[in-house]
Design a protein around this ligand. Sequence first.
Ligand code: CTP
Ligand code: MG
Length: 194
Amino acid sequence: MYVYALSVSGILVKAVAALWLAIPALAANSTAVLFGGGTPIDFGRTFPDGKRILGNGKTWRGLIGGGAAAAFIGMIQQIISCYIHTPYLPVFSMVPSEAIGIPIVLGYGALIGDSTGSFIKRRLGIGRGQKAYLLDQLTFLIVALFFVAALYHSFFMEYFWNISALTMLFIITPLLHRIVNIIGYKMGYKDVPW
Ligand code: CTP
Ligand code: MG
């Protein structure tokens, strides 16, 4: 019984910690809409298939602003975690350069992933702002995780590379994505609620 309770709390710690540490990726993706607008990342250019490379939904302002927001939010999280000592809310790293670098990589990784999703959508003939369920909701997470795995491998292995963490992230991310987009739509930031 004790061992069982211990393992259940272990699963929960891993799941919650992963969600906490993934916040910069989730935040970059949802704040891009607040900063977005202006010059598109693809400068309006088309791909050889005649369709836009990324489309007007991916802008430099969204990319830079969303990444900066991720870095800022990561910094706040790091401060919170330093004061609240709980395994549920771990620090990114005790090494200052990593504590700053990991949220930045998560944030920009998420936004590069988001643009990758748009690139694939355009190639499939899915217009800007049109729904593409898994592409819209999970590409940014997968690419963000991929970037952290490449650049901060031991951090990735410690916090993200386990079943509890991955299950949590892959279930919560589409749900959060949906909720944030509905809020963005109601607040007038988005034209469509997805
Ligand atoms: N946005 C931006 N720059 C980014 C990402 C998002 O400016 N790098 C802004 C755009 O105004 C975009 C809005 O956030 O319309 C919502 O983002 P998203 O749903 O990802 O874009 P869509 O307009 O749906 O375009 P796509 O079909 O290419 O995903
Ligand atoms: Mg969209």
